[in-house]
Design a binder for this molecule. Sequence first.
Ligand code: NAD
Ligand code: DAU
Length: 340
Amino acid sequence: MKVLITGGCGFIGSNFIRYFNTKHPYYKILNVDKLTYAGNLENLKGIERKRNYRFIKADISNTKVMKNCFEKFRPDAVINFAAETHVDRSIVGPSPFIKTNFLGVGVLLNLALRFQIKKFLQISTDEVYGSILRGSFTEHSPLNPSSPYAASKAAADALVMAYYRTHGLPVLITRSSNNYGPYQFPEKLIPLTIINALNNKKIPLYGDGKNVRDWLSVEDNCEAIDIVFQKGSIGETYNVGGENELTNIYIVRKILKILNKSESLITFVKDRPGHDRRYSLSLSKIRRQLDWHPTTSFRKGMDKTIDWYRKHQKWLRNCQTGEYRTFYRKHYSKLGLQEF
Ligand code: NAD
Ligand code: DAU
């Protein structure tokens, strides 16, 4: 089996390639990644030497280059992780989100059809459903995205399903909740909190800090993605969650406690515009149909994550490129913070 994986140098993609390669050592993998600020070849150290793995630096929205990849590699399947993923960035600059997350998916779908791909798995997000104060979203809930990021992912989901209904392209979609674990770029809440706490810097909490996210260990998500890829019914969407809903303030306090740092580092800042209050997924479909449920306890997952960031200070410093600093200086000064 030859699998074209896009966005494999990012957080979930790199964890997935490691997992997938161990689980299916005879599969051939072509990883296509643009290496944006969030993509890092270091994330796949060790894998790059494997004979069944290849990497190409390319943009999924570039038809000519992607056609070349399909022609040369002749994949049986595509798993699309490539995306712009940070909600705050989509608020200040939505164009790359529309280009990669929507147009890029369009390019991949056209090529998948033309090259008669046997499976196309789109990695989507729970953010496409929007916010829910009580109860949980099922796969049949209407899409109601709040941010430009979420809207670009919802548009991509609609396009994926249109290719299934119109052309019979064999598609699958996973919609997961917030992932945490090793290799997550330090702009997201958990790694940002860990590194700021380790460096005794302020930790910005948006609004009242009581927004709820459902935290899923990246290892659990990789397992679920593989199960959906192997056993999911074509044309179906599967929610993947951690069954671990926590407020942001709880998470930040917990990390500070584990690191033995003072809560005085917490700084409440202006809320994110359009900030979804709560995400919640029903997992009954994936449990019932594919017999999958999350198994990592939050405490175990957090201890492992904190330990990883503690031991990877050089990796962290390498993330803090000029592009990263420019964005954060601007973003932080708007929040009334002077760090970075
Ligand atoms: P990430 O930002 O860590 O990595 C994204 C990767 O995509 C990077 O390696 C980047 O270089 C690459 N990329 C970006 N634009 C590209 C383009 N035009 N062409 C080729 N490569 C490109 O993201 P992540 O957190 O690993 O998320 C991976 C996928 O999972 C995304 O589709 C995201 O929407 C989805 N998702 C993420 C989470 C989460 O909590 N992180 C939750 C649910 C769904
Ligand atoms: O739900 C899945 C989504 O999770 C993915 O689709 C996105 O790609 C991923 O970025 C993530 O989106 P969130 O916006 O939920 O993640 P983030 O880590 O940016 O924020 C988590 C919560 O913490 C959110 O309520 C905003 C808040 N927050 C975030 C940051 C970065 C803060 O209070 N302070 C911060 O500095």
